[in-house]
Ligand binder design. Structure first.
Ligand code: ADP
Ligand code: MG
Length: 695
């Protein structure tokens, strides 16, 4: 490997390159515009575009693209070359400021949830200069936001940027009250990304993996994850080579890939970057997912980012580590050492507690997808109930604050916020509660419900917005207070008292917790069709409208898109199942059964005295299962058009969940049993054992 510091960011038009390649005054005004979040003027844009093009061409680049994140949840790009014809029949390489700051992809085929019918058809992309341009596959990629001409937001990036902006604004109001001189507050995220790797040649033989990203059939292999020998285990050479190349590719484009290890399930792995500002983290996570797939191809493997590629072993999630930091480098969720720092920390902490309690529905909704339904509440991922883990010590401290009781029984002293120093509580590192959906881990919160393939934009839009809302309410109270410390103490106490029900330090996987949570009145939204419509609750629309993150129409259209996406996913899965059952499994098994029948016949002719009961029993079982599989496949097939006839979308999603999902499980059960009865070489595609232990 070449020199890593040299490699890092070598394909990024970052601050260093800008400083080196732009005239001093241009660089300065660009920096100023970026830092102030102002739009670029034409001259400035031309100068930047020119330098960017020269830099890109020096790296062998011929095309550029506005790289954006439509509602599909993945990124989109359309490549344009730099070429421009000259009069003499030749060409020159050109790239204008206009092309840099604004693009017009044909937006008509991206999901808009009905927005486009009501409003303006065309959309445009606009450069987000806080996210650096980079080179991917020989193409200059310009990170952009995507809007319609009517101003409606058509992507995941614009609302994310807006949510960061309002959080900045409201957090600064609070910091001002504490006399904190910071001038900017950013939400930061470090997403830990889980994934599976399987051999490419085996992957290609599975229509379900190709069409749906997960296995729709597959009997349990003799070995799964029960030995717990994969987690943090020695990494096999082929995977080492893959991870090494992945790191290098990510470093080149400026992604701070940091940690890699094997995960719980066989063939499962994880990559975690060093945290970054949320919009950058979101862009980088998209690049990471894309790169994971691409590098896998080069190593003759397929990278599976689905939440549940295999039944019976763990699925994949994405832990969203989230915090707030200031331009002065202070982490606002770090308890600090002085009474002032402690007081400020407690206020931010209680704001998060209140936010999570009041907007459980939004948080749950933000991670609801068809894929994630296989994980949440399945004893491998957090349950579908939102709660916060704080750890025993911090919870005790909050309890003593609430009750004005002594925390330390010996000292018999009340803790006066803003005057006393917080008692020490250990950072949660060793006995970390892995079952909590939303855990405080010393100086950040870890939101653990995200599915592995999800864009992190959605959950972070929600997190930023709901915390901004609570900070705004707190600031309203504290700005009016005559005695700041007294008001602060009262506010923190009141918030703890009113929202402590959301705190739970026990085992979230237990049945007792489900009952306890119900008693506490916490929401339990088990599936995506139940969770998604919560987006449209009146209080949530009010929240997003207040902060100008989404209009009511945008909330409704996004809900529609997500519900529709759920339906389409199940539809494709259903169709794939029908095809595999009918065209692969049934013919293969019938062939095997015919062989068995022939055997019995031959045996009876050749050795009439020998019993054939074993074969006949097997034939009987296979025959019955084939009939069942065939019948159930027909039933599933008939349900699909029926589902498509349901309206509104919420009804359709519910139908898919109730009827289609159940029918699919029945088809699978018959097929999986057939797999265990059929000769290995007759089974039409690779088994779980083949896929999970192939590398
Ligand atoms: P784990 O044991 O869960 O893997 P780590 O300490 O390794 O915990 O951190 C996991 C992720 O949290 C990393 O991506 C890391 O960069 C991120 N992280 C650490 N501090 C912050 C922070 N202040 N804001 C956001 N993410 C953070
Ligand atoms: Mg973690």
């Amino acid at each position: 490997m070449s020199n890593v510091p040299e490699l890092f960011g070598s394909l990024v038009f970052n601050d260093k390159v800008m400083r080196e390649s732009l005239p001093k005054d241009v660089y300065k005004s660009l920096r100023k515009t970026i830092d102030a979040g102002m739009p670029l003027n034409q001259d400035l844009a031309n100068a930047v575009a020119h330098a960017m093009k020269d830099w890109a061409i020096s790296k062998g680049v011929t095309h550029f693209t506005h790289w954006f994140q439509p509602m599909t949840g993945i990124t989109a790009e359309k490549h344009d070359s730099f070429i421009n014809p000259t009069r003499d029949g030749g060409i020159i390489m050109e790239f204008s400021g206009k092309e840099l700051i604004r693009g017009e992809p044909d937006a008509s085929s991206f999901p808009s949830g009905g927005l486009r019918a009501t409003f303006e058809a065309r959309g445009y992309t606009a450069w987000d200069p806080t996210s650096y341009a980079f080179i991917k596959d020989g193409v200059l990629c310009i990170p952009t936001a995507f809007c319609s001409y009517g101003g409606e937001v058509l992507d995941k990036k614009t609302p994310l940027l807006r949510s960061m902006e309002v959080l900045n604004r409201e957090a600064l109001r609070i910091l001002k009250l504490f006399g904190n001189p910071a001038t900017r507050v950013m939400s930061t995220v470090g997403p830990e990304q889980e994934y599976f790797l399987v051999d490419k040649s085996l992957y290609e033989k599975r229509k379900d993996l190709i069409y749906t990203g997960r296995t729709l059939f597959g009997a349990k292999p003799p070995k799964g994850q029960e030995m717990e020998d994969h987690y943090f285990g020695a990494i096999r050479p082929r995977i080492v080579a893959y991870m090494k190349e992945l790191d290098e590719e990510l470093w080149k484009v400026g992604v701070l890939a940091k940690t890699k290890h094997n995960e719980v399930a066989p063939a499962q792995h994880e990559l975690a970057p060093i945290f970054a500002d949320t919009n950058i983290a979101s862009d980088h996570n998209q690049i990471t997912m894309e790169m994971m797939k691409k590098v896998a191809e080069r190593h003759n493997m397929a990278c599976l980012l689905h939440e549940k590629p295999f039944a019976g072993v763990n699925g994949s999630g994405k832990h969203n580590n989230w915090s707030l930091s200031t331009d002065l480098g202070q982490n606002l969720l770090d308890p600090g050492k002085s009474p002032e720092e402690n007081a400020q920390f407690l206020l931010f902490l209680t704001a998060v507690i209140k936010a999570v309690d009041e907007y459980q529905d939004l948080l749950r909704m933000s991670v609801a997808t068809a894929g994630n339904d296989h994980r949440l509440g399945a004893n491998e991922a957090p349950p579908a109930i939102i709660s916060i883990f704080l750890g025993e010590e911090l919870s005790e401290i909050l309890k003593s604050i609430e009750k004005s009781a002594a925390y330390n029984k010996k000292a018999k002293k009340y803790l006066e916020i803003g005057v006393d120093v917080l008692p020490n509580f250990p950072k949660d590192t060793t006995d970390r509660n892995r079952t909590s959906p939303f855990a405080f881990t010393g100086n950040k919160f870890e939101f653990r419900m995200l599915g592995s393939s999800l864009s992190i934009a959605g959950p972070n839009i929600v997190l930023n917005a709901i915390v901004a809302e609570e900070l705004s309410q707190f600031a309203d109270v504290l700005e009016e207070a005559e005695d700041f410390n007294a008001a602060l103490n009262e506010l923190i106490k009141k918030t703890i008292r009113e929202h402590k029900r959301i705190i739970f330090n026990g085992n979230n996987y237990s049945d007792e917790w489900v009952k306890e949570a119900e008693k506490r009145g916490l929401l339990h939204l088990r599936t995506a069709p139940e969770a998604l419509p919560c987006f449209e609750a009146e209080k949530n629309i009010r929240l997003f409208e207040k902060f100008r993150i989404f209009t009511e129409a945008e909330v409704r259209s996004r809900t529609e898109i997500m519900l529709e996406n759920y339906c389409k996913t199940l539809h494709i899965e259903g169709m794939t199942m029908v095809e595999m059952a009918r065209r692969d499994i049934l013919p293969a098994v019938t062939g095997y059964m015919t062989d068995l029948c022939r055997e019995v016949k031959l045996k009876k002719e050749a050795a009439p005295a020998c019993p054939a009961a074993r074969e006949e029993k097997l034939i009987g079982r296979i025959s019955a299962l084939c009939d069942a599989l065939s019948e159930r496949t027909e039933k599933l097939e008939a349900l699909l058009p029926e589902a498509e006839d349901c309206l509104p979308m919420q009804e359709r999603a519910a139908f898919y969940r109730r009827k289609v999902f159940a029918a699919m499980e029945e088809v699978r059960a018959a097929a999986d049993e057939l797999e265990t009865l059929t000769a290995r070489e007759k089974w039409p595609f690779p088994t779980y054992g083949d896929l999970l232990f192939s590398i």
